[in-house]
Design a protein around this ligand. Structure first.
Ligand SMILES: [Fe+2]
Ligand SMILES: [Fe+2]
Length: 187
């Protein structure tokens, strides 16, 4: 891991979020070994997934891809994930598309999640400093069944958004529908 990435991460993030990022990186690396994907990609994606998290919505908007659906522009809480790939490419020189897409989908999930995407999504929710019950449950399940851990994470996030009257990005709903099997697959 280059010192530049760590230094920039430290400068860009609050202490709390810097610590969270390191924990996500470690958790993602552990899951990558378990589920046989590249541990270095998992560690890097975990480390920088929230790199853009503390930037202002205005600055983040300037990095959002122009092809993005109109609804996404109305949900500031996901800007840091959707703009993340462009920002880490520009500022940290990270160009690995597998890492970039794991960053892009870490907050919302999507219909076509790779194993690496799922690992970062699950690790973000369940890294060891997350003490709430659902996180602890997901952390345990992720060792045995990554898809189930992914589904439970998606469910917890959707329930949180709906019970708090917050908007749900349609990519998350499509991800949910796919995972519970309306297209013929069983969870
Ligand atoms: Fe995030
Ligand atoms: Fe995060």
């Amino acid at each position: 891991m280059s010192d530049t990435i760590l230094t920039r991460l430290k400068n860009n993030l609050s202490f709390y979020r810097f610590n969270h990022s390191r924990q996500v990186a470690e958790e993602a690396k552990k899951l990558a070994y378990r589920w046989e994907v590249n541990p270095e990609q998992a560690f890097l994606a975990g480390l920088v997934h929230d790199y853009a998290r503390d930037l202002s919505p205005e600055r983040l908007q300037s990095f959002l891809p122009s092809f993005l659906e109109a609804e996404a522009w109305q949900i500031p809480s996901i800007f840091h994930a959707l703009a993340g790939p462009s920002i880490v490419k520009k500022e940290l020189d990270i160009c690995d598309f597998r890492v970039l897409r794991a960053i892009r989908w870490h907050a919302t999930g999507c219909e076509e999640m790779t194993t690496l995407d799922k690992i970062v999504f699950v690790a973000d929710f369940s890294e060891p400093s997350r003490e709430f019950e659902a996180a602890q449950e997901v952390r345990k399940i992720a060792e045995k069944d990554l898809n189930r851990a992914y589904l439970l994470t998606l469910k917890a996030k959707l329930l949180y958004l709906i019970s708090n009257q917050k908007p749900v990005y349609s990519a998350s709903l499509r991800a949910w529908n796919k995972e519970i099997g309306i297209n013929g697959r069983k969870a």
